[in-house]
Design a protein around this ligand. Structure first.
Ligand code: ZN
Length: 76
């Protein structure tokens, strides 16, 4: 699964995508947390979906978080 940039994706498609991943309820119930800033991720502020190992990270639309979601040079 490739990282998906949702900037150009319609809300309905985002919801369909989340549903197909089994994550729509998680997002809608407010239990999706941005791994970078810790804020709740909603359909409105979801920026990208990042598969990582067995997990799927839902990253919000803050510039810092978007940046952190990109494959970056190792920092540690
Ligand atoms: Zn964030």
């Amino acid at each position: 699964v490739k990282r998906l940039n949702l900037k150009a994706v319609h809300d309905d498609e985002i919801q369909g995508l989340l549903e197909s991943l089994g994550l729509l309820e998680v997002v809608k119930s407010g239990h999706a947390i941005c791994p970078h800033c810790g804020d709740v991720v909603t359909v409105e502020n979801l920026n990208c979906i990042v598969p990582r190992g067995d997990e799927i990270l839902l990253v919000c639309s803050k510039p810092d978080c978007i940046e952190s979601a990109h494959p970056a040079p190792r920092q540690q």
